[in-house]
Write a protein that binds this ligand. Structure first.
Ligand code: BEZ
Length: 305
């Protein structure tokens, strides 16, 4: 059996039609049907229920499909990894979500560059979700993000849970809570700006799920394009917004920040890498993270998630 047979079979399942699969694979329909038949003969099992429209798999076909997808994914990853290892240029491509630029990411990358002058570092902005696909495709080697996403071929390390703060205009009526902090249940009537607008899922989705987890429904949640816009509108007295603690360094005028007392109000920062990646840049970047955290007196988690 060759990999191409698995690819043919998976394409037929995904297209739910021999004709469409043949089109996609750029081969004629009769040879594709013959290859599927040969595969069934070789396996000694029936993969598709005869005469079903649209095409329906047998139970054994379903089992074989799931494993075929895994084999093809692993092969693609092994190929991109081998190409990376073979690459003459020592480039490490780092995907990041933009809000981490206000956090410790710049320090970590700077330290990494200092310690590894022969390595070329490329920073590429990607939403956490897109980082997973970019890692699998070999477009990036490390991904720093904020969301909990699960993928069997990606290993994720939780680095820290960053607290969220409420940004308000310094003269806002909630300013009386600057010292004491407040609970999210106290802001449900306020106009709350959330960001970014796209791509989903993102920080806006994470904030929305914190409210949902607490059984709360904010009355006026307004999506804006990005954090600067949200903070600019807050600074104009239009409403309030939740930000990761480190984003308070953005320093827009006339803003004040209120601690949020709900324990759920945090944003998890994580590092994603390919499961099988044994490259030397991984322990090297972890060392830099560890040293920057130590310098900043921040507890480092390093838990697999
Ligand atoms: C942080 O701000 O905690 C952080 C940012 C990027 C990578 C690791 C940690």
């Amino acid at each position: 059996m060759e990999l191409k047979h698995l690819r043919y079979f998976v394409t037929v399942v995904e297209e739910q039609s021999i004709t469409k699969a043949a089109d996609k694979l750029c081969i004629a329909q009769p040879p594709l049907s013959r290859q599927i038949q040969k595969l069934e003969e070789e396996l000694g099992i029936t993969l598709f229920e005869r005469g079903s429209r649209p095409i329906k798999m047998t139970e054994a076909g379903q089992f074989f499909y799931e494993h075929s997808v895994q084999i093809l994914t692993h092969t693609a990853q092994a190929t991109s990894m081998a190409q990376r290892i073979n690459a003459v240029d020592q480039t490490v491509r780092i995907g990041y979500v933009s809000s981490l630029l206000y956090a410790l990411l710049p320090q970590i990358i700077y330290l990494f560059r200092q310690r590894n002058p022969d390595m070329h570092v490329e920073l590429i902005e990607y939403g956490t979700c897109d980082q997973i696909e970019a890692l699998k495709a070999g477009k990036i080697d490390l991904g720093f993000g904020r969301l909990r996403l699960i993928d069997p071929s990606i290993k994720r390390l939780l680095l820290r849970k960053e607290r969220l703060l409420l940004a308000i205009h310094k003269n806002h009526h909630l300013a009386e809570f600057i010292e004491s902090g407040l609970y999210l249940s106290q802001i449900l009537e306020e106009a709350i700006f959330s960001y970014p607008k796209t791509p989903k899922p993102n920080f806006a989705t994470a904030v929305q799920s914190i409210f949902t987890e607490l059984g709360l429904v904010p009355k006026k949640l307004i999506e804006v394009r990005e954090i600067h816009m949200a903070l600019g509108l807050v600074s104009s007295g239009e409403g309030i917004c939740l930000i990761p603690e480190t984003a308070s360094d953005i320093g827009m005028k006339n803003l004040a920040y209120i601690p949020i007392l709900d324990v759920e109000a945090h944003s998890a920062i994580s590092l994603s890498v390919r499961n099988m990646d044994q490259s030397s840049y991984i322990p090297k970047i972890l060392d830099c993270i560890q040293d920057v955290f130590k310098n900043e007196n921040i507890d480092l988690h390093m838990d697999n998630i």
